[in-house]
Unconditional design. Structure first.
Length: 367
């Protein structure tokens, strides 16, 4: 029997969400019904809200859900009703990348995460018979209930609050995974993080955990740099129009070994490339605005320097999220200062606060 639930519905690009009641379909094979307790807001949600990215409207977004399993469809065996779970991105499990343990580069990633329908082709929600699209990142968690997939549902320990668990589904996984996995930061590395939002600060926390000797945070918001210092940054740079490459080189004259860029801004990425040490690596992970182009002198890459892209921190959520949660439980990855809770009804306020820098990681709480 379908579930009636409240959801934040995006009906028009660039407009606020509207809290509405929708009818959510029953879970099919390989699917689960989740009663959501929390959902983080990520800049991917903001990007889809602002720009055309192939996602049909009206739609329910949200892709950092956490809650309790209410029902499971045929073939779901790793979790059961009553289990606490966190939700991540969707992958097919059958393509070459999935088969070789790289689900973040699933050949069907766009269809499974952005198409607005479930893998079986069903529209997950309706309102008065009209479709309300969903299945966003295999969940659509800006709601009180969601349909999730077996592959993107990760069991959660009982001692981790839902509001702290939700951001592990994407933002923390992306930032920390880029540092741990993509760049493999080590104690002998100098690390810079461009953009001290939740993704960048997750990368910074990973660098702190790995014991990197120099950790530099760069941002336009002074309060975020203060937070970066609190979390373990050894240096901060206020991006106020100064020569960023020169500022980075002033801290480490020989150059920066590993850089995580969360801005997607061409001048920032170019400055980062020019500040790399020999054999240094820069990983960019932001989804840029349509029409963005990045220009740089290709000779910059000589000396073994490299520019690479990363999706979801090069992480398999079934493996990485439990591992990262264990780091958190052991006191080695403390993201608590990043989180600010909002009721679901305040979603538009939460989005505005994140955009202004007033909130680093807004998390919606339901009920």
């Amino acid at each position: 029997m379908p579930t009636m639930t409240r959801a934040a519905v995006l009906r028009q690009r660039g407009q606020p969400y509207a809290l509405e009641t929708v009818e959510l379909a029953d879970p099919g094979p390989g699917q689960l019904l989740i009663r959501l307790a929390a959902c983080g807001i990520c800049f991917t949600d903001v990007g889809v809200q602002r720009y055309e990215q192939g996602t049909p409207l009206p739609q329910v977004l949200g892709h950092e859900g956490a809650g309790t399993v209410l029902a499971v469809g045929e073939g779901v065996s790793h979790v059961a009703p009553g289990d606490r779970v966190v939700l991540s991105y969707a992958s097919c499990g059958a393509c070459a990348n999935c088969a070789h343990d790289h689900p973040q580069y699933c050949s069907n990633f766009m269809a499974l995460n952005y198409a607005g329908v479930l893998p079986d082709g069903r529209v997950p929600m309706h309102q008065d018979g009209a479709p309300v699209y969903g299945g966003f990142f295999g969940q659509s968690s800006f709601a009180e209930h969601a349909l999730a997939l077996a592959r993107n549902t990760v069991k959660l320990p009982d001692d981790v609050p839902f509001a702290l668990a939700a951001p592990f589904g994407c933002g923390l996984q992306t930032g920390a995974g880029t540092a741990y996995n993509t760049l493999d930061v080590q104690p002998h590395h100098g690390v810079a993080v461009m953009g001290a939002g939740s993704v960048g600060l997750a990368a910074l926390l990973a660098a702190v955990d790995r014991g990197c000797h120099t950790i530099i945070a760069v941002d336009r918001v002074a309060a975020r740099l203060d937070l970066a210092r609190q979390l373990g940054a050894t240096h901060t740079i206020l991006a106020d129009g100064q020569d960023l490459m020169a500022a980075l080189r002033a801290i480490v004259a020989t150059g920066i070994d590993r850089i995580v860029d969360t801005t997607g801004a061409s001048p920032v990425i170019r400055a980062g490339l020019e500040a790399l040490a020999s054999r240094g690596q820069l990983a960019m992970l932001a989804v840029t605005a349509p029409g963005t182009e990045i220009t740089f002198n290709p000779n910059t890459l000589l000396g073994g320097r490299s520019l690479k892209g990363a999706v979801e921190g090069d992480a398999d959520p079934q493996i990485f999220i439990p591992w990262l949660i264990d780091r958190h439980r052991a006191g080695r990855f403390n993201h608590v200062p990043l989180v600010r809770e909002y009721p679901l009804e305040a979603i538009n306020e939460a989005v505005a606060d994140m955009a202004s820098g007033a909130a680093v990681k807004p998390v919606l709480v339901m009920g």
